[in-house]
Ligand binder design. Structure first.
Ligand code: FUB
Length: 327
């Protein structure tokens, strides 16, 4: 009998997967994860343990079908500008082309975001010669609005190097704001019509609390750390993200896709493993959270598995909190 993934169970168990970006193409669910590789080296705060070298695309005919691994869709060796660490990807579709957005370190050890394209949602993808000019840091998430404008959200602290770009240049010794200074937000840039370049310089997104004050750096339960995702529900833009050190997935809403956003609450309680990373997708008349944890490896941070859970809204548009080991 074929293994059919259930809510809060690994989608696949034959490889380690993380950072799932889920999309619906041709009525099927496609999941674009990182592909964690096995090694025994220790963890550090720079994320050197996340040494991924390729991407595999996963798909499901529907929520009640086995999950297919379509094999290697792109390898590090075939990305001319990249030297190491293929981290969390995302995909957009336009006019018959699928655009895989991928973060990796360049030859100087600086995270950049590049693109690879293909004509099938499951790959293969061919990498562009260079990364997106003006791109930096990690965790790209692409969102196309109803007016067909497409935005790239990105950024992650620590190993993701976001704090090193506060002046607009990469400063290797730069540190993140602390105390009651405003926390750094994720970045957003509108993409040009070809989806291959930024229309304008990336801007930092402002996240405020319920009183209109900036979320502070010391507010680790609510401040932005990494893993942005954007979706729209009943006219509001929902920016969701990981709080990193406190291991929550939380969300903030706005009437504008570029903010400012107002913090709302938690979506996902901490999972097994240090990182938490998610995406949100509508399939049929239901919404789903795709996320990962390290349960498949018994808690090894760099050996993760992607999972899903149904995501439910309250009548006022707030999201019901998901407790993955209780629900
Ligand atoms: O998988 C590598 C990094 O870990 C991702 O880019 C982060 O979001 C975290 O999940």
């Amino acid at each position: 009998m074929k293994y059919i993934p259930k809510p809060n169970q690994p989608l696949v168990t034959h490889i380690y997967t993380a950072d799932p970006s889920a999309h619906v193409f041709d009525d099927k669910l496609y999941i674009y994860p990182s592909h964690d590789i096995e090694h025994n080296e220790p963890d550090n705060d720079n994320g050197d343990q996340y040494k991924m070298e390729d991407y595999h695309v996963l798909s499901m005919e529907d929520m009640f079908s086995p999950c297919t691994d379509h094999g290697e869709a792109l390898h590090l060796r075939d990305i001319p500008w990249a030297s190491q660490q293929l981290w969390a990807p995302d995909v957009a579709y336009k006019d018959g082309i699928y655009y895989l957005f991928l973060p990796a370190k360049d030859e100087a050890g600086i995270f950049r975001i590049g693109i690879a394209t293909g004509t099938s949602p499951d790959g293969p993808f061919n990498a562009e010669t260079n990364y997106i000019p003006g791109s930096f840091s990690i965790d790209p998430a692409v969102f196309t609005d109803e007016d067909q404008k497409t935005y790239l959200y990105f950024g992650g602290l620590w190993g993701g190097q976001l704090e090193k770009w506060q002046t607009g240049d990469f400063l290797v010794d730069a540190i993140a704001p602390s105390g009651n200074s405003p926390a750094l937000g994720p970045m957003v840039a509108e993409l040009n019509d070809d989806l291959l370049s930024f229309k304008n310089k990336p801007q930092e997104i402002i996240i405020n609390d319920e009183h209109g004050n900036r979320i502070t750096a010391e507010d680790e339960d609510r401040r932005y750390f990494e893993g942005p995702w954007m979706h729209k529900y009943k006219g509001y833009y929902y920016l969701s993200y990981s709080t990193g050190t406190t291991h929550y997935v939380v969300y903030a809403i706005s009437k504008d896709p570029q903010g400012p956003f107002t913090y709302q609450g938690r979506i996902l309680e901490p999972v097994i493993g240090w990182t938490t990373h998610h995406s949100i997708v509508q399939y049929g008349d239901k919404w789903y959270l795709f996320y990962h944890d390290s349960s498949l490896s018994g808690g090894v941070n760099h050996k993760r598995c992607v999972k899903y859970a149904e995501l439910k809204y309250n009548a006022d548009g707030t999201i019901q909190r998901i407790k993955p080991y209780e629900d």
